[in-house]
Design a protein around this ligand. Structure first.
Ligand code: AMP
Length: 219
């Protein structure tokens, strides 16, 4: 039996940071669909060309593209002991597709689902202040977790950039997408009895400590 960790939360809720920490702690892969799609865009693959159009508009990339990317990634041997999904599934349709993918790959998985609960007003502020390193991917926040120099990564010296979809306009569209398409997953996994809620309006350390307490606890 494998354990798959799923995280549901609005853009900027902090799931990227926590999922990375969790994957490192458990020694299992961190599978982030947003980064996988951005990598495809950089490499100008067919999937990347399609994805770009949707990402730039703050919309979900079509399910067939995302399913292929996820299925290929889960099919790697390093996922046999477990995996942390960051940003997937993001709609009911994707949750059902994930069930199908796991059946097809014969991955007998116990899914543990975490919902990061946080008010929208806090998130907009977080997103427009988010910067990430173009080289190593480290994430900063100009207000709450600033780098020493606002243009340079503290860790590797890479140039800090703002994601194109973190501007206020696109961020608002991403929130709408979250409300209409992703939020229904809360009820879906809650009905299955494997959803746990975390107050994400706390410091990174506090959220991490809550997450650790909830891992393995009964829903
Ligand atoms: P993220 O890095 O998780 O904020 O994702 C950035 C963008 O990538 C989203 O706004 C979507 O356009 C796209 N994306 C990421 N994950 C998915 C997914 N599971 N399904 C569809 N589109 C996705």
């Amino acid at each position: 039996m494998t354990t798959g960790y799923i995280f549901i939360g609005a853009p900027g809720c902090g799931k990227g940071t926590q999922t990375e920490l969790l994957a490192k702690e458990l020694g299992i892969p961190h599978i982030d669909t947003g980064s996988l799609l951005r990598k495809n865009i950089e490499e100008k693959t067919e999937a990347g060309l399609i994805a770009k159009e949707y990402i730039d508009k703050g919309q979900l990339v079509p399910i067939d593209v995302v399913s292929t990317v996820i299925k290929n990634r889960l099919n790697n041997a390093d996922c046999n002991t477990g995996y942390v999904l960051d940003g997937y599934p993001r709609s009911l349709e994707q949750a059902l597709a994930l069930d199908k993918i796991l059946l097809e790959l014969k991955m007998d998985t116990n899914l543990q689902v975490f919902y990061f609960d946080i008010p929208n007003e806090v998130l907009i502020e977080r997103l427009i202040n988010r910067r990430s390193c173009s080289k190593c991917g480290k994430i900063y926040n100009l207000k709450t977790f600033p780098p020493k120099n606002k243009e340079v990564c503290d860790v590797c010296g890479g140039k800090l950039i703002q994601r194109k979809d973190d501007t206020k306009e696109t961020a608002l569209l991403r929130f709408q997408t979250y409300e209409t398409q992703t939020k229904p997953l809360i009820e879906f996994y809650s009905n299955r009895g494997n959803l746990k809620t975390i107050n994400a309006n706390q410091s990174i350390n506090e959220v991490w400590s809550n997450l650790n307490k909830l891992i393995g606890a009964k829903a």
